[in-house]
Ligand binder design. Structure first.
Ligand SMILES: *Cc1c(COP(=O)(O)O)cnc(C)c1O
Length: 410
């Protein structure tokens, strides 16, 4: 099996189903029985791969993890209850008091809040740099840096960092490079090949597809030598390359308890099967709508990495194989115009969330960034005149007609 969609549909299967079920069922079971005390002992000691309790592992969740691992080409994958759980579990495993994480202000809002509010109160220092300034990234790292954290395409700024170049810097410092690959997924971006060490996914977004369920994934790409990590090196002596996943599965993830439910794992495994088809359609729709909006005299500016005039067009083409994601932003002349346009739409939904099958529109400054001051919004490049469009998989003509309706209402 070579192709992404073939792998997504047929994937690996850990055990043959006794009934020949083509789909791994939802194992809604908390505990798993063993035939002997020795078997339980061996499983608890980590010598025998088997399930004992669903907060630690579950067959339906395992099926989802194995498919993701195959699709990403990573070494091991761990599914968790949400994208935020993936980020927090990763940082809990890597960081601690006296350590620092190097990142950027152009982050998913709740991730920024997690760093600034939750983690900083536990003594993890957060250092902000511009991800497009390699010298600044290099200068921010020191021997206490536990991770460099960034996103593949920032939202809503739509900035794209050169990940291969950045991985050269993190390698030099012996620091794991953690990438939130949610908006590109392993379908558009193979983070392992670019030198990323840990990939994070909010499977709530493109992977679930119909925006049905919340979930997250942590992937260890197998690129990092964990003997270099002060916190994980003891485990690395015992578990080698699997040290990080073992630190999660046998400690942080197990103890924090943010496990993915079997039902959600089932829904997201279903989503994986059509991920490639849906991303292709969403990217195609997004490029056509960006071009359409660019031609409207009522729109002040359009931002989309697929447009030739985007400052990130070249790097996006190189990194993401000629597809540019499903999110675009555009600027109107005023906040009032943004609201009027939004209110006139009949197909596109006024809602937060991204990478749904449905096209969604949002005014970021008054919603997901409302808790930040005007000065902070300037730093985060969230303009009051900006609208964000997360482009779904509907028929393109209907979306274009709807946006025209919005523009005509002004
Ligand atoms: C939505 C999102 C998250 C958080 O994921 P949840 O599943 O909602 O917890 C993290 N990072 C990015 C880039 C996201 O878009």
């Amino acid at each position: 099996m070579k192709g992404f969609t073939t792998k997504a549909i047929h994937g690996p299967r850990s055990k043959k189903d006794p009934h020949g079920s083509l789909r791994v069922p939802v194992y809604d079971s908390v505990a798993f029985e063993h035939e002997s005390a020795e078997s339980l002992h061996a499983t608890f000691a980590g010598r025998k791969p088997a399930h004992v309790y669903s907060r630690i592992s579950n067959p339906t969740v395992d099926d989802f993890e194995q498919k993701i691992r195959l699709l990403s080409g990573g070494l091991a994958a761990l599914a968790v209850s949400s994208g935020m759980a993936a980020i927090s579990n990763t940082l809990l495993a890597l960081g601690g008091t006296g350590k620092n994480v190097v990142t950027t202000k152009h982050l998913f809002g709740n991730t920024l809040s997690l760093f600034e509010k939750t983690f900083s109160s536990w003594g993890l220092q957060v250092r902000y740099v511009s991800m497009t300034n390699l010298a600044e990234i290099d200068a921010a790292m020191d021997s206490d840096t536990c991770a460099l954290f960034l996103e593949s395409i920032t939202n809503p700024q739509l900035e794209i960092a050169d990940l291969a170049a950045i991985s050269g810097i993190t390698k030099k410092h012996g620091v794991p490079l953690v990438l939130d690959n949610t908006v590109t997924t392993p379908y558009l971006f193979n983070s392992r090949e670019a030198g990323v060490d840990i990939e994070i996914l909010s499977s709530t977004k493109y992977i679930s597809g119909g925006a049905s369920t919340v979930g997250g994934v942590i992937i260890d790409n197998g690129n990092f030598d964990w003997l270099q990590s002060a916190k994980i090196k003891d485990r690395a002596r015992k578990f080698g390359q699997l040290a990080f996943i073992s630190a999660l599965r046998q400690e942080v993830y197990r103890d924090v308890g943010a496990c993915l439910s079997p039902h959600n794992a089932f829904m997201q495994t279903l989503g994986l099967e059509t991920l490639g088809l849906r991303i292709d359609k969403s990217c195609r729709n997004a490029l056509q709508l960006a071009t359409f909006l660019q031609h409207s005299p009522k729109v002040r500016a359009v931002h989309y990495p697929g447009l030739a005039d985007s400052p990130f067009h070249a790097i996006a083409s190189r990194q993401f194989g000629g597809k540019y994601g499903g999110i675009l932003t555009f600027d109107m002349d005023s906040v009032a115009e943004c609201f009027t346009l939004m209110n006139a739409l009949q197909v596109i939904r006024r809602a937060t969330n991204i990478n749904d099958n449905k096209t969604l529109i949002l005014h970021p400054a008054s919603t997901i960034f409302a808790e930040y001051s005007d000065e902070e919004k300037v730093v985060m490049a969230v303009r009051p005149t900006m609208l964000r469009l997360s482009v779904g998989i509907e028929d393109q003509e209907d979306l274009q007609e709807d946006l025209q309706r919005g523009l005509d209402s002004l």
